[in-house]
Design a protein around this ligand. Structure first.
Ligand code: FAD
Length: 318
């Protein structure tokens, strides 16, 4: 069976959920071989095996700890050469997409970004993408070189492999790593304790209808009752009510959670572009004609300041 390279997204060996999703999808098209760069491979290996990795290629160097992309591409390209896989899968994060694009150029391959599904095809893996603000679903396959495919978080539910065993770790030998960039300082943001927006299973977003930064705790309370991430429309971000890092949409982040709740958001095409692939969409809007109601699974016509706290209380009471 053909081997499929899966780039492991991890924090010091703690494997992030998008990688487990990639391993699950990779099993549809071949045998997953995980590529773990940086510290923590020993901790990560059993988890990667549980989700179907048959081998873990490892490489460590101080450059990987600095969140620099090019050294990671150097090592991933070395792993690619060692394996000659049938495809390379990378999570569709900002970093993942840059790594995938640079790798595709290095190995002379075509690339498909932001896939939301993956299946085996007679002439190579076929990726589904959701395009033009999710107005169309397209299926594509790479026709040049080894397919490099980035997959959006939450595109597949992670499933443990039926016959997971122990996994062999193999160190990748790589040449000198590129050192064109150096990190001078790093300031961590204060953690909100909420899940990362693009990886969250549930996202609760507020828009202009929230009517001020001082009212966003209404949205946050619902998010916290559900263990959700908080998103915002561009109108809310541009007004300075919520940070740009939480913006959902064409010029913000693209999310695909199991449940997306939009409160006080009209549903402009640029907002839809970032959330329309969510599995279940709920909107709360006082205007029954708001375009968001065209794409929802459940809609509540009402004032968010009445509806959202009731919803929060109901969730908390369960
Ligand atoms: P509005 O369109 O003003 O809608 C507010 C909604 O709240 C209304 O439907 C109203 O009925 C409802 N409401 C008001 N009060 C209440 C209440 N008390 N209870 C319930 N409902 C209430 N937008 C994004 O979101 N993300 C992007 O990434 C993005 N990128 C863009 C890129 C470009 C190039 C351009 C041109 C625009 C972009 N936009 C983006 C902006 C987009 O076009 C819309 O202007 C924006 O999404 C509107 O945000 P909103 O829905 O919060 O505000």
């Amino acid at each position: 069976m053909a081997e499929v390279l899966v780039y492991v997204d991890h924090v010091d060996g703690a494997v992030r959920k998008p990688t487990l999703e990639l391993l699950t999808l990779a099993r549809r098209i071949g045998e997953p071989v995980a590529v773990h760069l940086g510290a923590g491979a020993d901790a990560a290996a059993p988890v990667l095996a549980e989700y179907g990795a048959v081998k873990v290629l490892t490489a460590d160097a101080p450059e990987f700890a600095d969140y620099l992309v090019v050294p990671k591409v150097d090592a991933l390209a070395a792993a690619y050469k060692a394996v000659s896989p049938a495809a390379v899968l990378v999570p569709s994060s900002a970093e993942g997409k840059e790594i995938a694009a640079r790798l595709a150029v290095r190995i002379g391959s075509g690339i498909i970004t932001d896939a939301v599904d993956l299946e085996a095809g007679d002439e190579g893996p076929v990726a589904t993408q959701s395009v033009f603000a999710a107005s169309y679903s397209t299926k594509s396959r790479v026709t040049t070189g080894t397919p490099v495919i980035t997959v959006k978080p939450n595109s597949a539910a992670p499933e443990a492999a039926p016959a997971a065993g122990t996994v062999e770790q193999v160190a990748v030998t790589f040449g000198e790593l590129s050192t064109g960039t150096k990190v001078v300082s790093r300031t961590p943001r204060e953690s909100t304790g909420r899940p990362e927006l693009t990886e969250a299973a549930i996202v609760v977003s507020g828009g202009r209808g929230v009517n001020g930064a001082e009212n966003f705790p209404v949205i946050e309370a619902l998010a916290d009752s559900l263990g959700a991430a908080v998103g915002a429309s561009r109108a809310a971000v541009d007004a300075g009510w919520y940070p740009h890092t939480n913006q959902v949409g064409q010029t913000g982040k693209s999310v695909s959670p199991q449940l997306y709740i939009a409160a006080g958001i009209s549903g402009a095409i640029q907002h839809r572009a970032g959330m329309q692939t969510s599995k279940t969409i709920v909107a709360i809007n006082k205007d029954a004609e708001a375009p968001i109601f065209e794409l929802v699974d459940y809609g509540v016509v009402g004032d968010l300041f009445e509806v959202v706290p009731q919803l929060t209380d109901e969730v908390k009471s369960r």
